[in-house]
Design a protein around this ligand. Structure first.
Ligand SMILES: Nc1ncnc2c1ncn2[C@@H]1O[C@H](COP(=O)(O)OP(=O)(O)OP(=O)(O)O)[C@@H](O)[C@H]1O
Ligand SMILES: [Mg+2]
Length: 220
């Protein structure tokens, strides 16, 4: 489902965030991305989500080389993809419900159906009661769960999560792990960047380890 080959990402000033990275991830697999701060994890996520293009190399997602994708094809790719960012990117001037509705209104889903879906997603992460709150009124763990609801409201087949439990206490982190487990059970492909040992213990996933932009480990 995902195949990266010889991917390099070079930023201005010659910083090479990724160097000759190749790997494959099968449908329904859960893979863990790890590595020190600055190793290239978030860069890899941005490439997988077609937010940025690799400098060289190819990334094939569902048979499409996203490195060579036309701009007009990107929304179609995103429809099948849910992304949880390291810095959440919530809209703080909108309600919890509006945050989850956003991806559905972008694809033009009728309001009634969109609200039904958004509420189902909020219910799944235990935030239905807070639908009218502003994100600022939520705790860190609740904001993280809101970001998850927004990422999955489109029912993506691929979920990319960049440090979804960073800065959370172990109880909130554990709740998020349970939510991910339920996605795994329905066949969603999950790629998760994290340093959290709970993930390893709970899922024993395959781990891709980055070091200064190079893939130095690819094992379970
Ligand atoms: N837009 C950019 N322009 C220039 N350099 C960048 C840019 N984005 C990332 N970098 C650099 O690329 C390298 C990898 O950054 P990245 O954010 O991918 O690391 P990371 O593994 O996610 O780190 P962390 O664990 O701190 O989130 C770093 O040296 C970073 O400074
Ligand atoms: Mg990062």
């Amino acid at each position: 489902m995902i195949s990266a080959s010889a991917v390099t990402k070079r930023y201005a000033q010659g910083i090479e965030a990724l160097k000759d990275v190749s790997f494959e991830i099968a449908d329904g697999e859960m893979v863990f991305i790890t590595g020190h701060s600055g190793a290239g994890k978030s860069t890899l996520f941005r490439l997988l989500a077609a937010i940025e293009k690799p400098t060289t190399g190819s990334i094939v997602v569902n048979g499409q080389n996203i490195a060579a994708l036309r701009r007009s094809a990107i929304p179609y790719l995103r429809r099948k993809l849910g992304m949880i960012f390291q810095d959440q990117k919530l809209l703080f001037d909108r309600s919890v419900l509006d945050n989850v509705l956003l991806p559905l209104s972008i694809v033009g889903m009728p309001m009634r159906e969109a609200q039904r879906r958004a509420r189902a997603a909020l219910d799944k992460v235990g935030l239905l009661e807070r639908e009218r709150a502003r994100p600022i009124a939520l705790s860190g763990g609740e904001q993280q769960r809101l970001a998850i609801a927004r990422a999955v409201v489109n029912r993506p087949s691929l979920l990319l999560a960049d440090e979804p439990t960073a800065n959370l206490d172990s109880e909130s982190a554990s709740h998020i792990l349970d939510i991910f487990r339920s996605f795994q059970q329905v066949g969603v492909t999950l790629v998760v960047a994290t340093h959290d040992q709970q993930w390893l213990a709970r899922f024993s996933p395959r781990v891709l380890r980055l070091e200064h932009g190079r893939l130095v480990g690819n094992d379970t």
